[in-house]
Design a protein around this ligand. Structure first.
Ligand code: NAP
Length: 538
């Protein structure tokens, strides 16, 4: 057997892979990161679509592991634009001298387990060996492009937002069609509308959105944040979503209509994802949720001048925040422009792409010069299953997960020893502020690797631990309204043929952190530690 290229191979150089590499180095492991792109950044490398910016606020959508880094970096806006986040991650890569251990332009094709470790093969056929394999592949990195007949014959350019060309797409004076009104589409619509001659938005499901209220960050705000970072981080770690605020202890149903409207109006005026935390039980009590949903529905009708368009934009088939809530800058206002039209493709689905545009089931044709797919991702499992991962006895992860992903704590998979999945399915991941979830996972994995190095053991989740965790994930989801949103990507419902399994852990980052800490404190019973090369019998 060839010597290992590194103790640990990490796949992906976004927020997760960069911090994993930094931690491993600090602990004296040899590590290499394999990254398909030619630069760091992950999500923020690929998602360069017009209007791309983060929905979490800049001062906490960043690493907390180094107080000096916190103090030296200065964010310029309340919500950072994609180039600013990418610049931040490039700064981190340079500051900690990470690039020398990253192989760029390397796309991993397969990872195969044997008794001694993992063989990782890239798409050029080069094989690298390691003892431990860590995936840092992101949750939303496998683009979901609808399989529409005729797409290859479209004469204009078409792009998925998550694979946006680096030199941009010229839409000036063009008729642009955008498919999809999730967080991405809702960010892109106002910006595309400004530049295009005409924008047609093809909407399948109307969405709620909260105004972002983006603004430059003043020197005073920067100074206050920097002085307060220890407390900000403490609250983030204890909150359910990794945000630096807690859900307000306000019982919406105990308030008068005026009082409740006042609560929502203040949250609306403040803007952002915090609207979700304005009252308690919003995600568990349908009656509470309906008050918030109704408030937003009224706002849509107040904003959009044409009543029929307003109604078409008003979500009535799911509760607010049961799908990931977008935040926006002038989204609903954009439909008051004469050069923007909304096309309801739930009533009249897209049938095919023609050389000149889109044809709907009714036969209606929409002529377009540029086509934009803001159609989301094969979330959480997609990035992992795009690699042919083979565990013990050659078992494929694709087969092991044929009926949906099964993990212990979203961190490991039975049958796949010494494989660790940062923000994998079954962890809070996409329900949290991602850097917070990532740092917790990386630190936890790092601690376990130190132990494995000391003891020479192998870690592989037991089936019993997986079963128990699957039940806990389901139970946590069932305690909320989240599984009720039929078309949610949280359930895999956006990808044809994908098993309908609620993917993230909805029980809260705080409770999740405790479960991970308990697992470690108890000596990792769910990870079935055993001497290397000992065949698991769990
Ligand atoms: P998404 O939420 O999955 O939205 C995709 C949209 O495309 C939905 O409106 C969907 O309709 C529609 N769609 C998909 N396939 C279609 C088809 N065949 N025909 C017509 N419509 C179709 O994807 P996203 O907007 O890219 O967002 C994904 C996630 O990325 C977000 O929820 C968020 O977690 C993250 N994100 C974050 C930020 C940020 O922080 N700034 C920005 C963007 C995205 P249905 O609803 O009917 O399926």
């Amino acid at each position: 057997m060839a010597a290992d290229d590194a103790d640990v191979l990490v796949i992906g150089a976004g927020f997760a892979g960069l911090y994993m590499l930094h931690r491993l180095r600090g602990l004296g492991f040899s590590a290499r990161v394999l990254e398909a792109a030619d630069g760091v950044g992950g999500t923020w490398y690929w998602n360069r679509y017009p209007g791309a910016r983060c929905d979490s606020e800049s001062y906490y959508y960043c690493y907390s592991f180094d107080p000096e880094l916190e103090q030296e970096w200065r964010w310029t806006e309340r919500y950072p634009r994609q180039p600013e986040i990418l610049a931040y991650l490039e700064h981190v890569a340079d500051r900690f001298d990470l690039r020398r251990d990253i192989d760029f332009g390397v796309r991993v094709a397969s990872a195969v387990r044997d008794d001694d470790g993992w063989s990782v093969t890239d798409t050029d056929g080069r094989v690298r060996r390691c003892r431990w394999l860590v995936t840092a592949v992101g949750c939303l990195s496998a683009a979901n492009v609808p399989d529409l007949p005729g797409l290859a014959d479209f004469t204009g350019p078409w792009h998925h937002t998550g694979r946006w060309p680096h030199d941009g797409v010229d839409v000036a004076g063009k008729r642009v069609g955008l498919v999809g009104t999730g967080s991405t589409g809702i960010q892109a619509v106002p910006v595309l509308a400004e530049a295009a001659a005409h924008l047609s938005v093809f909407q399948r499901t109307a969405n709620y959105s909260i105004p972002a209220r983006n603004a430059p960050v003043s020197e005073a705000e920067v100074a206050a944040t920097k002085a307060d970072y220890p407390e900000i981080r403490r609250v983030q770690r204890e909150s359910t979503n990794g945000h630096p605020f807690l859900v307000a202890d306000v019982d919406a149903l105990a308030l008068s209509d005026d009082e409740r409207d006042g609560v929502y109006q203040r949250a609306w005026d403040r803007g952002g994802l915090r609207f979700r935390a304005a009252v308690k039980d919003l995600l568990s009590d349908p009656a509470v949720n309906e008050t918030a949903s109704d408030f937003i529905r009224e706002k849509i009708h107040e904003t959009v001048a044409d009543p029929a368009t307003a109604e078409a934009l008003t979500p009535r088939d799911h509760y607010f925040a049961t799908k990931r809530p977008p935040i926006d800058t002038g989204y609903f206002e954009t439909y008051n422009r004469s050069d923007v039209s909304l096309v309801d493709v739930r009533a009249d689905p897209i049938a095919s792409v023609t050389p000149d545009g889109l044809r709907l089931a009714s036969g209606a044709e929409h002529e377009l010069d540029v086509l934009v797919f803001a159609t989301g991702f094969d979330a959480l499992t997609g990035p992992l299953l795009s690699i042919d991962v083979r565990g013990r006895d050659g078992v494929a992860l694709r087969d092991a997960w044929a009926e949906g992903p099964r993990t212990h704590l979203g961190l490991g998979v039975a049958g796949f020893p010494d494989l660790f999945t940062i923000t994998g399915p079954g962890s809070p991941s996409v329900l949290t502020n991602m850097p917070t979830a990532i740092e917790q996972h990386v630190d936890w994995i790092a601690d376990l690797l130190v132990r494995l190095r000391e003891t020479g053991e192998t870690a592989e989740p037991t089936r019993a631990a997986e079963d128990a965790w699957a039940a806990r994930v389901q139970e946590a989801a069932d305690a909320t309204l989240l599984p009720q949103a039929a078309s949610s990507w949280y359930l895999g419902a956006n990808v044809p043929g994908k098993p309908r399994v609620f993917l993230p852990f909805a029980g809260g980052m705080n409770h999740y952190r405790r479960a991970c800490d308990d697992e470690a404190a108890a000596g990792y019973p769910g990870f079935g530690l055993r001497p290397r090369a000992c065949v698991s019998v769990s």
